[in-house]
Design a protein around this ligand. Structure first.
Ligand code: 5GP
Ligand code: MG
Length: 477
């Protein structure tokens, strides 16, 4: 059971002190739908009472019933989109989690993955705790419940100092909205404002839709308290070198979201430019993307190489992400459902196909066949990230090592498997040169390099004897 909970990335959203807070959270989560389509939930608070609605599926599926949002009364609310995982699709895991603590109720929405939960969970269970879900997020609730402190702020501070790993969380109590980010800053989290109202969101694109102003990121190791007295920032851990997930910049976050004040669009264009420098294609006729995730990188490639950008593939926007399909057959069908080539653009052309990442290789293998059938003369695939060879323990839903196409295969073997004329990946150096670098800022590149910044402590119970390297590069298990 534990292994099922190891992979999830999600979207979180919170509003404090605004009319129809639940409706605002709904719309914020709508902008964050790309961060998770497996389940959704919103909890609102009104005068000491908490209201909750949740379910499996996308936001519009979960909130399709008449008046579901109206029933979530109050001027504050938190919500959560849960990402598709490899098997833990259970309604017990839907967030936000709600708990009745000694001094009142709290709701908690968590994005990230904790790495030391099994030990804590076992200890808590030995002490009599009853868990309702398999999510690691519930551990934080239990730790808060056991805290001897009276204030939610102090309970939360105590709880997060006991857990390790990736967490960007927002907690709602009757008295405040809280936002906390782990000391390494794996997952994003930011604060927005509109007059006396406050917002917390995984990405800034959620604030744009609500007309909230993006104020700042929650810095790694900080707890932000938002209430009638305004915003208070509490540092709970010494600043460390960060391990921002670089895959957020490659794929996961929206390009119209900002990090440290800059659009992710800019980083992605740089990835495309650096990719073009590292792997040029001579005399190419056109550059195409695999919409939508590689659009921006493809534009960067096209502008640096001086090759025309074209829309060679049209995406059906009503098909969910291919990853969600549980079986390989359905996944393959999904690719065909999702993309259709534009023959007139491709016919007799030497085509550069820019893709943001190759995971299992399913998308590109299928696309290569489709693009050739549509008349493309040559296909040169350029990937704006390095080969993904290692699983992620901090929130990305990558499959097991054996399913990753780059695990144990050379680039030439991958090229043959996909069936294209050439293949080039952006180097780790090229990728790091595309994202902001400053003192104290570092990135987690474990999926490409196998260098895991924090060791996974729980694998003994999940049954998998995974090997990993710690921050010093020592291999351990
Ligand atoms: P593949 O078909 O090689 O298994 O996956 C590559 C495709 O999936 C790319 O188009 C990429 O944009 C997308 N992708 C990469 N990582 C993820 C992920 O974590 N979740 C989802 N849903 N798609 C991903
Ligand atoms: Mg894609």
């Amino acid at each position: 059971m534990a292994a099922e909970t190891l992979r999830h990335n999600c979207g979180v959203m919170g509003i404090w002190n605004d009319d129809n807070a639940a409706e605002l959270v709904f719309h914020g989560l709508y902008s964050l739908q790309h961060r998770g389509q497996e389940s959704a939930g919103i909890v609102s608070a009104d005068d000491g009472r908490f209201y909750r609605h949740f379910g499996m599926g996308t936001l519009t599926q979960v909130f399709s019933g008449p008046d579901t949002l109206k029933k979530l009364k109050g001027r504050s609310a938190v919500g959560h989109n849960r990402y598709s995982t490899t098997g833990s699709s259970s309604q017990y895991n839907i967030q936000p989690l709600v708990a009745e603590l000694r001094d009142g109720p709290v709701a908690i929405a968590h994005n990230g993955n904790l790495v030391n939960t099994q030990k804590i969970r076992r200890q808590l269970q030995e002490d009599g705790a009853i868990f309702h879900s398999t999510t690691d997020s519930e551990i934080i609730v239990h730790l808060m419940a056991r805290s001897k402190h009276n204030m939610v702020r102090d309970k939360l501070l105590e709880a997060i100092q006991k857990v390790e790993g990736a967490y960007s969380i927002t907690v709602l109590s009757d008295h405040a909205l809280y936002a906390a980010r782990d000391p390494y800053g794996w997952r994003p989290l930011c604060i927005g404002r509109k007059g006396d109202a406050w917002g917390v969101a995984s990405e800034t694109c959620a604030f744009d839709l609500l007309g909230y102003e993006y104020i700042q990121d929650v810095n790694p190791g900080e707890l932000v308290v938002l209430n009638g007295s305004g915003m208070k920032v509490i540092r709970f851990a010494e600043p460390k070198r960060t391990f921002h997930c670089i895959f957020e910049h490659v794929y996961f976050s929206r390009p119209d979201s900002r990090v440290a004040g800059e659009y992710i669009d800019k980083y992605r264009r740089r990835m495309g430019k650096n990719l073009s420098e590292e792997h040029p294609v001579e005399d190419a006729d056109i550059v195409i993307s695999v919409p939508d995730s590689s659009n921006t990188a493809a534009l960067g490639y096209a502008s640096r190489s001086g090759t025309r950008f074209e829309m060679g593939l049209i995406r059906n926007h009503y098909v969910g992400r291919t990853f969600i399909q549980p079986t390989q057959t359905m996944r393959e069908m999904g690719v065909r459902l999702k993309f259709n080539p534009v023959g007139g653009v491709l016919k007799d052309r030497k085509v550069v196909v820019v893709e943001d990442s190759i995971v299992r290789g399913t998308t590109l293998k299928k696309l290569a066949t489709l693009l050739r059938k549509a008349g493309a003369k040559e296909l040169h695939v350029r990937v704006s990230s390095p080969p993904i060879r290692f699983p992620c323990y901090y929130g990305m839903d990558f499959p097991s090592k054996s399913e990753l196409i780059a695990n144990g295969k050379s680039e030439e073997e991958i090229r043959q498997h996909i069936g294209v004329d050439s293949l080039g990946y952006l180097s780790v150096e090229g990728l790091l040169a595309s994202v902001p670098q400053s003192e104290g800022v570092g990135y987690c590149t474990a999926c490409f390099t196998g260098e895991y910044p924090i060791p996974l402590r729980d694998d003994e119970e999940s049954g998998s004897k995974l090997r990993y390297k710690n921050a010093n590069g020592d291999e351990t298990s």
